[in-house]
Design a protein around this ligand. Structure first.
Ligand SMILES: Cc1cc2nc3c(=O)[nH]c(=O)nc-3n(C[C@H](O)[C@H](O)[C@H](O)COP(=O)(O)OP(=O)(O)OC[C@H]3O[C@@H](n4cnc5c(N)ncnc54)[C@H](O)[C@@H]3O)c2cc1C
Length: 495
């Protein structure tokens, strides 16, 4: 219930982080206004509709359902009432460079048969690896990801330090996988998931074995109607709680005085004041573009960023039954492909890629007898101006995918494409103001996680908070939902 004395909050951006934070604040008595530069909510979790074809433009993997369930429940709803979730199993099929395949599945017997065929004896390695992932998941969620850190000692406390070692936070994921598997295909199959966080497995902490655990144990899910259903449901809940949404309303400046943020100025010149400002727009962009220049602005330039993506949305005039819901095609030159992305900021010579075929699980994603495919090719984030020719790289990525699909008996798929929409890193930057077009925001190396990640409250302007992928705890829909919980808890505690 909003009273005339209710504290007020402005949220900049209607991404999943902005939506969830706005709804949580409204439920706790704040009067909230959300200003979004685009005409619809969702940000990176977007949707395209074209001639009866439906595409989720960003996220396609619904992981860690318990975190979504907690969000809905904190807002007075149940996830089951809001989303019609279906489990995807096999979670995805992986095709290796040599033509062999592995279907990752929660069916342990099937995993055993497949793994032993690739590397005799590897099944016991798999069980130990999943066990480690379970430990990492539980400890990370309860002690690092699911809580606020208010000072450095909080983070490097005597209680936490041994846990950082237990979580193998200083060991690279790829080095660690050698403890469980010898075959390079299995090492790749159980480390490429770091790309969900926009990280190379050669840089990512071994902590992220938690991803494989949660995929297989908690499952990969799909909301019927598409991932965008999550956005639609959160927007509707927020509106019911009294949140006011203003679309096509780009914010130009956060107005600050002394140690406080007084309000915002929109691009059209209108000024709005509030007790609390919550920035959901990408954090480095906010520091560089919406706030006065300080040392922190330069610091953003020195930080490490995640990779970007070339994405293709294809409407096809026929179904492609050889493709499952999620399909991963891994490069033979695994190490080299990451070096090309993260060091040379380009497209690997032989790229790995992912294809999502939502109509396989939800026929409403395409007209009857047709298909909607989303293809994602990881590439470097934006480099110095003029150093990357995205048109040429996009064409090369498309050719590489068709060549690889042809090798698995899908030659001629390109002839069935009725239309193509695609995004380059420049589009990701322009659409959502993502710094360097980095699809997943700031990187998650050891120096940029926990207390070391840019914090969810500004150091000087004490009523300016952040929510989203580039603040604590990090990227990915469930992690951003945790960010919304942590930021809202902090605002309620401090205001
Ligand atoms: C291609 C791709 C695939 C992905 N796949 C997955 C996946 O399978 N599973 C998963 O869990 N996660 C996935 N992710 C990650 C996930 O999408 C993000 O972590 C998450 O959506 C980020 O949400 P956010 O609220 O932090 O930011 P955003 O979605 O970026 O929202 C920020 C909002 O702020 C708005 N904004 C920016 N500047 C201004 C301004 N000046 N004024 C007003 N509004 C402004 C933007 O338009 C945007 O709507 C993927 C991401 C990408 C790009």
């Amino acid at each position: 219930m909003i009273s005339t004395n209710s504290p007020t909050a402005i949220v900049i951006g209607a991404g999943i982080g902005g939506l969830a934070a706005a709804a949580r604040l409204a439920r706790n008595g704040f009067k909230v206004m959300v200003f979004e530069k685009n005409s619809r909510p969702g940000g990176r979790c977007g949707q395209l509709l074209c001639n009866g074809h439906r595409f989720d433009t960003g996220p396609t993997l619904f992981l860690m359902p318990e975190v979504f369930a907690e969000t809905y429940s904190a807002l007075g709803h149940s996830m089951d009432e809001q989303l019609d979730l279906r489990r995807v199993d096999p979670t995805y099929s992986i095709r290796f460079g040599d033509g062999s395949q592995l279907a990752l599945t929660a069916d342990i017997n099937r995993m055993q048969v497949q793994l032993e065929a690739i590397e005799p004896g590897s099944f016991s390695g798999f069980l130990s690896y999943i066990n480690e992932g379970h430990r990492h998941y539980r400890v990370s969620l309860s002690r690092f990801v699911g809580r606020n850190f208010y000072n450095l000692l909080d983070y490097f406390s005597p209680a936490n330090l041994p846990l950082l070692f237990q979580l193998k936070a200083l060991t690279s994921h790829y080095n660690n996988i050698g403890n469980y598997f010898d075959d390079p295909r299995l090492k790749a199959a159980f480390t490429f998931q770091n790309m969900y966080l926009g990280l190379s497995p050669y840089d990512a902490p071994a902590t992220y074995s938690l991803l494989q655990y949660t995929e297989l144990a908690d499952g990969v899910w799909f909301p019927m109607g598409g991932m965008y259903r999550v956005i639609e449901s959160l927007e509707a809940i927020a509106k019911d709680l009294g949140v006011e949404f203003l679309y096509d309303a780009p914010v130009d400046q956060i107005e600050v005085e002394n140690n406080r943020a007084g309000g915002i100025r929109l691009e059209n010149g209108i000024r709005i004041t509030a007790d609390v400002i919550v920035a959901n727009a990408d954090l480095p962009y906010v520091y560089k573009n919406l706030l006065p220049e300080t040392v922190s602005t330069d610091n953003m330039e020195r930080k490490k960023y995640t990779c970007s993506a070339l994405t293709f949305y294809w409407g096809l005039d026929q179904t492609i039954p050889q493709l499952g819901t999620h399909n991963v095609f891994l490069a033979g030159e695994y190490r080299q492909s990451f070096d090309r992305i993260f060091e040379d900021l380009t497209l690997p010579d032989e790229p790995s890629f992912y294809i999502h075929a939502p109509a396989r699980i939800d026929p409403s994603a395409a007209p009857a007898g047709q298909d909607s495919l989303m293809a994602l090719v990881p590439v470097g984030h934006l480099g110095p101006k003029g150093s990357q020719d995205w048109r040429a790289l996009k064409d090369r990525a498309r050719e590489a995918m068709f060549r690889r699909l042809g090798e698995m008996g899908l030659s001629g798929l390109d002839k069935h494409i009725k239309f193509e929409i695609n995004y380059t890193p420049k589009d990701w930057q322009n659409l959502y103001n993502l710094e360097k077009g980095a699809a997943f925001g700031l990187s998650h190396n050891f120096a940029q996680v926990g207390y070391l990640r840019p914090r969810n409250r500004h150091a000087r302007y004490k009523n300016l908070y952040f929510v989203g992928a580039s603040t604590h705890p990090g990227t990915g829909l469930p992690i951003v939902l945790l960010s919304a919980r942590l930021t809202a808890e902090r605002i309620l505690k401090e205001n």
